[in-house]
Write a protein that binds this ligand. Structure first.
Ligand SMILES: [Mg+2]
Length: 228
């Protein structure tokens, strides 16, 4: 194997986070007696992306994300008198409940088990990520799980990658490959730290960060050629 460590992003790289979010939103709306329709999801996604971007830029904290995303959503929908903390707790439970790996991922990772060390590097909340990984059938194949919400550090910051590097044996940086769907947090962050990077780009988005991208794949199986 060309690398000793493969560092995988979780959401929308290994896990189908869009599926989890869609279902979590739908069922949490139901639980609170609110009418759900399909147009809601794009509105939520747009607000949520903006909020996570603000987090990536260190403008807001993890704790603020939890309630602010729903405050914005309910404002937008003109819905009043919802307890945001309670709504968030149920939403997080439902995210865990409807968690799902992307097709082919389980089989591919199992085929690498024992051949290369694998870790998860994620900017998620510990309340979502820990139970989700614990519930995941392939949790035992990971040699490390690095959750920003537990570390107080997040991608794309150098300190996050430095901490992961130290906790994975501090090997030569060329021994590491970062795989992720976020061109800034995963690819640019990983490359700026000195690791090699692979952009998981199933939707064929345009790459505005080419100088930071060593490889690009549309399907996890394409990783095989890159790492062997
Ligand atoms: Mg991701």
């Amino acid at each position: 194997m060309k690398y000793t460590w493969i560092l995988f992003d979780a959401d929308n790289t290994l896990f189908d986070f869009t599926h989890s979010q869609k279902n979590a939103l739908r069922y949490t709306f139901k639980e609170f007696g609110l009418e759900y329709h399909n147009d809601l999801f794009p509105i939520f996604t747009q607000l949520n992306n903006k909020i996570w971007q603000a987090f990536d830029e260190n403008k807001i904290t993890h704790d603020e994300i939890k309630t602010e995303r729903f405050r914005f959503l309910f404002n937008e929908l003109n819905i009043q008198n919802i307890d945001l903390d309670k709504f968030n707790i149920r939403f997080i439970d439902n995210l865990v409940e409807y968690s799902k790996l992307i097709d082919d991922t389980e089989q591919f990772l199992l085929s690498l088990a024992g051949k290369v060390k694998m870790a998860i590097i994620t900017n998620g909340m510990k309340e979502v990520q820990r139970p989700r990984f614990n519930k995941c059938k392939i949790k035992n194949i990971f040699d490390g799980v690095f959750i920003s919400g537990e570390m107080g550090l997040s991608k794309p910051n150098k300190e996050y990658f430095e901490s992961v590097h130290k906790q994975t044996g501090d090997l030569d940086k060329s021994e590491y490959l970062v795989v992720g769907d976020n061109i800034i947090a995963d690819v640019r962050g990983g490359k700026e730290y000195g690791f090699e990077t692979c952009w998981y780009n199933p939707s064929l988005l345009e790459n505005g960060q080419r100088e930071f991208t060593d490889f690009e794949i549309q399907n996890i199986n394409q990783l095989k050629k890159i790492i062997e």
